[in-house]
Ligand binder design. Structure first.
Ligand SMILES: Cc1ncc(COP(=O)(O)O)c(C=O)c1O
Length: 495
């Protein structure tokens, strides 16, 4: 159209402009959803980051320490060389033929890249919605070896991180407020947010902080019975192991008790096991393994209907490839008609990112002893493990020395969740500022040190107790020192 004719169209239009949408026009369930990990404190941290970039001496610190989210590579964790080398070959297969590179590419890297390329094809093409078969076969082998019980590739759905699996599962099982989902408190807020989106009911079960964040199966039964009495049908039991934000690892005996409850009440179990590689103390045993053991010893078929969805991700562990969106979900015990619906949801999204699928393959099948890439892989992965273990210890020790702070020693995952006793004066000041007391603490911590943490209220906590969740991913120990100094001053000010 010429500008002449466009002008005519505009001049001849005789209407008043309609208003734009405002938030209250939107889906109220979406408005209800909260996600503290990227909530008020992290938003403020971003503003301060921009301020620092523009006027570097305007604040009492010179950088923001993002301790609010388990995003390792945002905090200088280097990606594993082998992963990125293979991904580079998949993105640009000509590299494998490049005469200047050909002789310097380690032989196993070349072989792995070729094999993946043969089986995946172009990473720019949609794959099967359930994920590339070759990778699903590898996942099934990995699980079989991990648990000692055979897994089937047909049960594996590759996903865009564990979050997508959670969204499929909660979306499918939610039939409005009369469907209840048992979620641990404290929990990773993906669960409460997804339940709010789906207008379903969260049935919180409290983890026992003074007993290593353990779960009381009797308490679960009570919640289920109470909920039924109120007309809310419990559908699903979410287990996060190792825990976020608690860092605790469940013992097999505790898992067995949970499974007994699930079997009795017909609850679908979602086992969120994204931190299974992040273990510092104790041992990770999958919910699946315990279920297989129970089923093996069950002559009466009590456990044969248990439905379990286990989730894993390339975002955590030593991979830390959060931005590439890789993960898988294994479904056990579901009826074919239910699987078909999950498959349909996966199809609507077309496919998980294909590079993310390739990363799943690399995560579960890293270079082996004797491979040319092994030495470097081993060096890098053990240094990540070591650094995380050291930092978790340093932070734990720092919290142990702080006045009014108690903290469970982390066993796994990437977080500490210290309990902080806050005074009446803090309560009053927080109220004045329209915040919860722990949010006020986090806000002051950010303003004074640049450390961005998340208040415990974003994860749920026993009423009247206050917590802060922090990752221990940030490099160095100076920030831990400045947290200590801040805390001493804060306690003095509000004594
Ligand atoms: C317990 C837990 N589950 C799931 C996720 C989601 O991870 P992703 O979607 O990146 O796999 C996270 C992320 O922090 C988490 O902590």
């Amino acid at each position: 159209m010429t500008s002449e004719s466009l002008k005519k169209v505009v001049e001849s239009s005789s209407f008043e402009p309609a208003a734009r949408l405002v938030a209250s026009d939107l889906n109220p369930h979406a408005l209800n959803a909260k996600y503290a990990v990227r909530g008020r404190i992290p938003t403020k941290a971003e503003e301060l980051r921009t301020r620092l970039a523009n006027e570097s001496h305007s604040l009492p610190f010179n950088k923001i320490i993002s301790a609010n989210i388990g995003n390792p590579q945002q905090l200088d964790q280097k990606p594993l060389t082998f992963y990125r080398q293979v991904l580079a070959m998949l993105q640009y297969p000509e590299l494998m033929e490049n005469p200047r590179l050909k002789d310097s590419i380690p032989s196993d890297l070349l072989a792995r890249s070729k094999e993946l390329l043969d089986n995946i094809g172009s990473v720019g093409a949609y794959s099967h919605s359930q994920g590339v078969e070759y990778v699903r076969n590898s996942v099934a082998k990995f699980i079989s070896k991990r648990d000692g019980y055979e897994a089937s590739p047909d049960d594996i759905f590759l996903t865009a991180g564990a979050s997508t699996a959670v969204s499929y599962l909660l979306g499918l099982m939610s039939l409005g407020p009369k469907t209840g989902f048992l979620i641990p408190i404290p929990q990773y807020p993906l669960y409460t947010a997804s339940l709010a989106l789906n207008n379903a009911t969260a049935l919180p079960y409290y983890l026992n902080e003074t007993d290593d964040w353990s779960i009381d199966a009797k308490e679960l039964v009570k919640i289920i019975e109470d909920s039924k009495a109120k007309g809310v049908e419990p559908r699903c039991l979410v287990v996060i192991n190792p825990g976020n934000p608690t860092g605790a690892i469940l013992k097999p005996e505790a898992i067995a008790e949970l499974l007994a409850v699930a079997a009795k009440y017909g609850l679908v179990v979602i086992a969120d096991e994204v931190y299974q590689e992040n273990i510092f103390r104790g041992e990770f045993v999958s919910v699946r393994k315990v279920l297989c053991q129970l089923q093996e010893n069950d002559t009466q078929g009590k456990y044969s209907n248990v439905q379990l969805a286990s989730l894993h991700s390339t975002s955590k562990g030593i991979s830390g490839e959060c931005g590439q969106r890789g993960g898988y979900m294994e479904l056990i015990g579901f009826e074919d008609s239910v699987r078909a619906q999950l498959m349909k949801l996966a199809s609507i999204s077309l496919c998980p990112p294909v590079t993310g699928q390739a990363l799943v393959e690399l995560m579960i099948n890293p270079p082996k002893k004797g491979d040319a890439s092994y030495e470097l892989y081993e060096k890098e992965s053990s240094s990540i493990h070591k650094a995380l273990a050291e930092r978790s210890k340093a932070l734990f020790e720092a919290f142990s020395e702080m006045e009014g702070v108690s903290c469970q020693q982390p066993e796994g995952a990437m977080y500490l969740f210290p309990n902080i006793s806050l005074s009446e004066k803090v309560y009053a000041k927080a109220e004045e500022q329209g915040m919860e007391p722990d949010e006020f603490y986090c806000s002051e911590l950010l303003d004074n040190t640049g450390i961005c943490s998340v208040p415990g209220s974003g994860f749920g906590q026993v009423e009247g107790s206050w917590h802060v969740r922090t990752t221990f991913l940030a490099p160095g120990t100076e920030w831990i020192e400045s947290w200590k100094q801040f805390h001493a001053k804060f306690m003095d000010t509000y004594r």
